[in-house]
Design a protein around this ligand. Structure first.
Ligand code: NAD
Ligand code: UDP
Length: 311
């Protein structure tokens, strides 16, 4: 049994990770400031004696004796991370420094939830970890993209300078139950619109692509990464290489929900990446043959059921 700190533990991904680690018998501290997360996501764990909930903002230092830290605290949806871009940067950078400082002091392993956004609007396709990216440093997505890039830099420097036991994963678009239905990301938007028979809002032509990973596959990859030896630090892509246009996604959601929704086009937000697809060969090699098990249609069905129950 390990003592594990999860920052951002009341969010979409964090809540699934809390659940997984509690089910494995670990002692979990879930830290969150509830900016985009919610107590509802982890309410079912509150009676468990191995689960502790802490309201804290990771831009301030936090002290605890733990064996492992998963650093997930950061809004992930564009409308939310752009709502207060300076705060988003602070969360990424001070959050990384505070959790790395903690890991350094107590010799804990620490995993950073980085993102495919470090590749920006990529000119290499699919994206391997060796690609340095094509990121606008001054655009509306920069607070998130550059914040996450700076966090990776801090992780690498704490590793090189202080020997901190780091792990970096680059997560590609992930979806599933407990996504906030109003958080503005494409999968939740399309499902909610389809279930309500409202117009499906495609930004731009809808020919831009994304690769969508179901939450269970991410949690498996994440925990396998944490379990690797200290010689493997990443970064490693964790995503599903299936690539879809937003038009294809909209059509799938309409079909699976038997919706009467029509597709409407809206302006494309600034710096919206045109294509994205992970090269997962490194993950397959280093994480005991890990690869996604749940393809888009199956994952969408599970997510639609969740949203139906929440409407
Ligand atoms: P989310 O918004 O549901 O979860 C983020 C959590 O962090 C929320 O509970 C929020 O309240 C909390 N938080 C935000 N700022 C905080 C602060 N200053 N102090 C403490 N807590 C804070 O998003 P998610 O999809 O669960 O993403 C979790 C992590 O994974 C994020 O770091 C995100 O960048 C990363 N990620 C997610 C995806 C994805 O597709 N979901 C893709 C790439 C990377
Ligand atoms: N998108 C869309 N309609 C929506 C929400 C998003 O067409 O209602 C598009 C968005 O422009 C982007 C893609 O879907 O091209 C994925 O958007 P999301 O915000 O989910 O993630 P990210 O852009 O960060 O990958």
């Amino acid at each position: 049994m390990k003592r594990i700190l999860i920052t951002g533990g009341a969010g979409f991904i964090g809540s699934h990770l809390c659940e997984r680690l509690i089910n494995e018998g670990h002692d979990v501290i879930c830290l969150d400031n509830y900016f985009t997360g919610s107590k509802d996501n982890i309410r079912h764990l509150l009676d468990n004696h191995n689960f502790e909930l802490v309201r804290h903002d990771i831009t301030s230092p936090y002290f605890a004796e733990v064996d492992e830290v998963y650093n997930l605290a950061c809004p992930a949806s564009p409308p939310y991370y752009q709502y207060n871009p300076i705060k988003t940067m602070k969360t990424s950078i001070y959050g990384a420094m505070n959790t790395l400082g903690l890991a350094k002091r107590i010799r804990a392993k620490i995993l950073q939830a980085s993102t495919s956004e470090v590749y920006g609007d990529p000119e290499v396709h699919p994206q391997p970890e060796s690609y340095w990216g094509h990121v606008n440093p001054i655009g509306i997505r920069s607070c998130y993209d550059e914040g996450k890039r700076a966090a990776e830099t801090l992780f690498m420097d704490y590793y090189r300078q202080n020997g901190v036991r780091i792990k970096i994963i680059r997560i590609f678009n992930t979806y599933g139950p407990r996504m906030n239905p109003n958080d503005g990301r494409v999968v939740s938007n399309f499902i909610m619109q389809a279930l309500r028979n409202e117009d499906i809002t495609i930004y731009g032509t809808g020919l831009q692509t994304r690769s969508f990973q179901y939450i269970d596959d991410l949690i498996e990859g994440m925990t396998r990464m944490m379990a690797t030896g200290d010689d493997f630090i990443g970064p490693v892509n964790i995503g599903n290489p299936g690539e879809f246009t937003m038009l294809e996604l909209a059509q799938k959601v309409i079909d699976l929900t038997n919706s009467r929704s029509s597709i409407v086009h809206m302006p494309l937000p600034g710096d919206d990446p045109q294509q994205r697809k992970p090269d997962i060969s490194l993950a397959m090699e280093k994480l005991n043959g890990w690869q996604p098990q749940i393809q888009l249609e199956e994952g969408l069905k599970k997510t639609i059921t969740y949203f139906e129950n929440h409407l």
